[in-house]
Design a protein. Structure first.
Lengths: 139, 318
């Protein structure tokens, strides 16, 4: 296990009373490396946070998602929150992927686009594709 | 003998035998008609306008309490209240329909999801329909459910919106890889921006209903799936150039610029893990035709209050 510093403000609401509990945590213990199941679209599988995606990438992806889903610019989108949970329908999901392709100058294969269900997954795939693109460019 | 011709046909020797045979014939037709009627009952189409439902947090939690506890997180995971409402109503529809149609006691109803997220009813002894399955959809102001007793069913609602931050042609270009060349041409050449969007949403709605019936996600090589129609009736689909004769589609409009599409067809092309949830995915041709030619009724409007009244011990307006 490795300690990865993550700052986040978590908002929780209960169904019976609206309580806003703001909490800033500075340390979050996460396992190193990724544990990924063989079924990309498996909803119940847990995608653990890896330390591969840069914060700038994560932030850019957050911005795209917030714009697409009409979320307030000061709202916090957690890296592992599903787009669907934020209100994304099938049209939104396609547009998010297309916008990310444009922003980062990459091309996402259709089978991979199904794997992009959270900000973290998007950021990780983007960095992988950008790296591949840079590596294959003629010197 | 009073009826010589019948006597000859059935080799009836006595009056007694005659009445026995008539009794059997009448019983046979009675059960045939009954079972045909019952089969037809398996076709349900329910619709709820959630924009008309404005529950207090207390009323919302009462409504949520009829859904099994372990499913609550699937509702509360949604950030926006409108999404939570739609998720809750979707589940209310599923449980209410199964209970009312099949008569399974609420606490015995087990609805799970496949790996791709398609909900299905776990096998239960009460299920008399040969291949009961259902599909739900929600978008905009509506949540709906459709069920079928024999064929697979898929359902999609789309709220036709006008793209805010980009032009119509920029908007639709995002989705060009999901349409066949023919469909794409019909979309872009539809006329005004309004016409283009209209045709776009119609095709999108049909495609979604189809993939949802099959249990796959959006990404099922949709450019190989091509819809054909005559003024948006007699809708059929071609996959990889071949017409699927065992699939039917209907598209209608709901108030407030919404479209609703129903897909009905043969389970043989469904995903493997959805097929596993069905009683049968292979049919006798005649039997399949029976299911395929059942009526496709209009959607029946239900209110959330009506649905909740089906659940025991629920005082929604308390």
């Amino acid at each position: 296990m490795a300690a990865v510093p993550v700052t986040c403000v978590r908002l929780t609401t209960s169904m019976h009373t609206t309580q806003i509990v703001g909490r800033t945590s500075t340390m979050k213990l996460v396992p190193m490396g990724r544990v990924k199941s063989g079924f990309p679209s498996l909803r119940t599988s847990r995608f653990q946070i890896s330390c591969s995606a840069k914060p700038e990438t994560l932030n850019k992806v957050c911005e795209v998602v917030k714009t697409q889903l009409a979320l307030a610019s000061d709202s916090v989108v957690e890296p592992d929150t599903k787009f669907a949970a934020l209100g994304a329908d099938s049209l939104d999901t396609v547009e998010i992927v297309m916008t990310l392709e444009e922003e980062f100058g990459i091309s996402v294969e259709e089978e991979n686009s199904q794997n992009i269900t959270t900000v973290q997954e998007a950021a990780d795939l983007i960095e992988k594709l950008v790296e591949k693109k840079n590596a294959s460019e003629p010197a | 003998m009073p009826y010589p011709s019948i006597q000859a046909r059935f080799e009836i020797a006595t009056v007694d035998e005659f009445f026995k045979v008539m009794f059997v014939i009448i019983c046979f037709y009675y059960f045939l008609i009954q079972s045909e009627m019952e089969i037809e009952d398996g076709v349900q189409r329910w619709l709820v306008n959630t924009s008309n439902w404005d529950p207090s947090p207390h009323q919302f939690s009462i409504a949520m309490s009829v859904i099994p506890q372990q499913q609550h997180s699937s509702i509360t995971r949604f950030v926006k209240i409108e999404d939570r409402k739609r998720a809750l109503v979707s589940r209310l529809l599923q449980y209410a329909l199964v209970h009312q149609l099949i008569g399974i006691p609420f606490h015995e109803i087990a609805i799970n999801r496949t790996a791709q997220g398609k909900p299905y009813l776990e096998k239960h002894q009460n299920v008399k329909f040969p291949n009961f399955n259902f599909n739900v959809s929600h978008h905009g102001d509506y949540v709906a459910i459709a069920s079928e007793p024999i064929c697979l069913v898929g359902l999609d609602i789309v709220s036709c919106f006008i793209p805010g931050k980009e032009t119509v042609s920029d908007f639709i270009r995002n989705f060009s890889s999901y349409f066949s060349r023919l469909e794409w041409e019909k979309i872009v050449n539809a006329g005004s921006d309004e016409d283009v969007l209209d045709v776009f949403f119609r095709y999108w709605c049909l495609k979604e209903a189809f993939v949802k019936a099959l249990g796959t996600g959006v990404g099922y090589k949709l450019d190989h799936v091509e819809f054909h129609h005559k003024d948006w009736t007699n809708i059929y689909v071609k996959v990889d150039g071949d017409v699927l004769n065992d699939w039917s589609f209907w598209l209608s409009e709901l108030q407030g610029r919404h479209r609703i599409a129903v897909a009905r067809g043969h389970p043989r092309i469904a995903t493997e893990n959805f097929k596993k949830t069905l009683k049968q995915s292979h049919f006798d041709n005649d039997f399949y035709k029976l299911g395929f030619h059942l009526p496709n009724p209009v959607f029946v409007m239900r209110t959330v209050e009506e649905l909740c009244s089906l659940f025991p011990h629920m005082e929604l307006n308390a």
